[in-house]
Design a protein around this ligand. Structure first.
Ligand SMILES: C[S@@+](CC[C@H](N)C(=O)[O-])C[C@H]1O[C@@H](n2cnc3c(N)ncnc32)[C@H](O)[C@@H]1O
Length: 255
């Protein structure tokens, strides 16, 4: 995968906020993505990020996905923060999605240090965020971060994605963020297994769609399938919705 070339193609195909005529995508670009993050949260976040960046404690990672491209299983918190956390504009987007769509229930596959969950949580304190992580040491770090930022609406589940899907019998999810086990076949399989736990308007966020050839092939297959009528390419992430009531459309959006 030539990421630089992919990025040029992505920018070439992307439309500005006034270049799209789909009401759903227009709202996403013109309203959701324009939401500002709360000032208090920005201050708390800065403090947390500062401490994580300089946290050189090492923990032992248990790998339940496809592992890291470069790192060993003994990892410093600062490395995990750098390589496996939704920061910058992607973290902001998670906040904006929960603030704008006000989902009742959010499912996150892959908690890591909890940065993604924290953004969802602070975007809408009425949402319930269920976040799944199989690595015990990493999850323990996330629990500490949730309590530091006083996030009371996060339910952390210590298990694998597959075991979670086998036993889950609760309410359907309105947003699903798949951010772990970055393998194309696994991704398609999780989407299939998530069918009974999601609905026509569930917004799925797929992270790292260009992480490997297998992820990118799966992404292209998903975009071409008739199962999702809205697909949006945000370069690192993809967003998909079933929305069977509308004609099938694909968008390339710059965030
Ligand atoms: C990229 S990190 C998640 C980052 C986080 N969502 C965020 O936004 O900051 C991926 C996490 O998924 C976990 N993971 C990978 N495969 C898994 C599986 N099959 N079951 C449970 N957890 C898994 C890893 O242990 C890792 O902590």
């Amino acid at each position: 995968m030539n990421l630089a070339l992919e990025y040029i193609k992505y920018r070439w195909n992307s439309k500005g906020r006034h270049g799209t005529h789909s009401p759903f995508v227009y709202d996403f670009v013109d309203k959701c993505m324009q939401i500002s993050l709360d000032e208090n949260f920005l201050e708390e976040r800065e403090k947390l990020f500062k401490s994580l960046k300089s946290d050189n404690r090492a923990i032992t990672i248990e790998d339940f996905g496809v592992g890291s491209k470069k790192l060993s299983n003994e990892r410093q918190i600062s490395q995990l923060f750098k390589t496996s956390s939704s920061k910058g504009k992607y973290g902001n987007l998670l906040y904006q999605l929960s603030a704008f769509y006000k989902p009742k229930r959010i499912l996150e596959f892959g908690t890591s240090l909890g940065i993604g969950s924290i953004h969802f949580s602070k975007g809408n304190s009425d949402s319930i965020i269920v976040t799944v992580e199989a690595c015990r040491a990493t999850r323990n770090e996330a629990l500490g971060n949730f309590s530091k930022l006083n996030c009371k609406n996060i339910e952390s589940i210590h298990t694998t994605f597959s075991s979670f899907l086998e036993s889950y019998s609760g309410e359907k999810f309105d947003i699903v963020f798949i951010d772990g086990h970055h393998d194309g076949t696994a991704l398609k399989n999780y989407l299939e297994l998530l069918n009974p736990h999601t609905h026509n308007d569930t917004l799925f966020i797929l992270d790292d769609i260009r992480w490997s050839n297998s992820m990118f092939s799966a992404w292209k297959e998903i975009c071409n399938s008739q199962d999702y009528h809205v697909t949006m390419d945000l370069f690192r992430m993809g967003i998909i919705l079933k929305r069977m009531q509308q004609v099938k459309e694909h968008f390339v959006v710059t965030i």
